[in-house]
Design a binder for this molecule. Structure first.
Ligand code: PMT
Length: 400
């Protein structure tokens, strides 16, 4: 998504400046070209050498290089950039931006920028909630500047509160969102993701190996295109912060079913990627079940089938996409599931394919649609597979 994009990253004097190195590394890894502006104060927190090495470009600090008189043209930088990202952004810089003060290269470049601008504030909690800072942020927002809200947690001062710069991964995710085409704007999409856990006693449960990676990648691909996405997520260790994504956390198949039915009632598309347990223990023991000699049998009772329940109440004008994880007779089983659950299409992935399915970062899928069409893909990263799925859903939603 960021391949070939020009990102101008400005770093101000905050302890969070050390995280800017990671932002540059991630942007470069995604294929972006990065130029870095540092304020004089920022150089006290992280060295220009680190930033120059990671960005593969000389660092820009002053209006000109005092050694040789080379001019750092803020006008050219403002035109060059596809995105101007200021991370970390201090209260001082935010206020100057709000009032159009232009006393350093960062600020003159801001006033010259023709591209989207995003700021990731970082400061102590009292500075962040001060009416002056709040007013600057409001002013910037009203002019279309994207504000990547800081997180809450322990601050450099030792105090706890809101003011920690958002994590680099989330800032890069935000950059992708800003730069992507909003082809799914106005659509609401629900995605089920991850496993479910069916408890038998307070310490044990039945589950599976789903990590949630595939479902979360699909959610991100749709959200980047402007859709408002709700992930109904089983227990996973993925954290996501995205302006268009809301996460509803559930644990059991029954909880996932209730949440999915509610969400579907106001969704344009339902993408059911979760690995939902088909059965749960018939009886839940309040006490830990004690080990006894000899075999132990557990009676299981079938869970509600979320996809099938949505299939029963499917509204015209909505699109439903299920998943099938198979080990044998793949196409036959997937088609049978699509029909039984009244889905518009089903994504087939097989555990026979190396690098596909649970937990890994790659997948190999085929999309089978109810009109008999089959689209086969090759082994790709889950992020790329998610883009293919988002393309498919988008093409279907536009003709409904
Ligand atoms: O999470 P990852 O580690 O990234 O792995 C991704 C994945 C392998 C989990 C994903 O790609 C996938 O295949 N998900 C579906 C797995 C599955 O449970 O398939 P199934 O064939 O058992 O179910 C068929 C469809 O019915 C699925 O859309 C499933 O969500 C749905 N279902 C199943 C049972 C049930 N009680 N309710 C359901 O809605």
């Amino acid at each position: 998504m960021l391949r070939g994009k020009h990102i101008l990253l400005a770093v101000t004097g905050s302890i969070a400046a050390y995280k800017s190195a990671q932002i540059v590394r991630l942007l470069v890894k995604e294929g972006a070209e990065v130029k870095v502006i540092m304020t004089a104060m920022a150089k006290n927190f992280i060295t220009p050498l680190t930033m120059a090495t990671l960005s593969k470009n000389p660092i820009l600090v002053d209006f000109y290089n005092p050694e040789n008189g080379d001019w750092n043209s803020h006008v050219k930088l403002g035109i060059w950039a596809d995105l101007y990202l200021i991370a970390p952004a201090t209260a001082n810089t935010l206020s100057k931006m709000a009032f159009g003060i232009a006393d350093n290269l960062l600020l003159t470049s801001y006033l010259s920028a023709r591209c989207p601008v995003a700021v990731a504030p970082a400061m102590d909690l009292d500075m962040y909630r001060h009416p002056a800072t709040a007013a600057s942020l409001e002013m910037l927002k009203s002019r279309g500047v994207f504000v990547i809200e800081p997180a809450s947690g322990e601050l450099a001062s030792g105090l706890e509160g809101k003011g920690r710069m958002e994590e680099p991964e989330n800032i890069v995710r935000y950059a992708e969102y800003i730069l992507s085409k909003k082809t799914l704007e106005g659509k609401r999409i629900m995605v089920t993701a991850g496993p479910t856990r069916e408890p038998m006693d307070p310490v044990r449960y039945i589950s599976n190996h789903s990590s949630g990676k595939m479902g979360y990648a699909i959610a991100k691909a749709c959200a980047d295109r402007g859709a408002r996405v709700c992930i109904i997520s089983g227990p996973v260790s993925i954290g996501i912060s995205h302006p268009n994504i809301r996460v509803v956390r559930v644990s059991t198949a029954s909880e996932m079913c209730d949440a999915a039915l509610e969400e579907y009632s106001f969704s344009d598309a339902a993408i059911m990627c979760a690995a939902v347990a088909d059965y749960s223990p018939a009886v839940y023991s309040d006490m830990k079940i004690k080990r006894t000699p000899g075999p132990y049998s557990l009676e299981l009772t079938p869970n509600r089938d979320i996809a099938a329940e949505i299939g029963k109440i499917k509204r015209k004008g909505t699109f439903t996409l299920g998943f099938a994880l198979e080990t044998d007779n793949e196409i036959e089983n997937a088609v049978s599931k699509m029909k039984k659950k009244n889905l518009d299409a089903i994504v087939l992935n097989s555990l026979k394919d190396e690098g596909a399915g649970f937990s890994v970062d790659t997948n190999k899928i085929s999309i089978l649609s109810s009109d008999g069409k089959v689209m086969e893909g090759c082994l790709k990263s889950k992020a790329e597979v998610a883009e293919d799925i988002a393309d498919y859903v988008e093409s279907k939603l536009t003709c409904l």
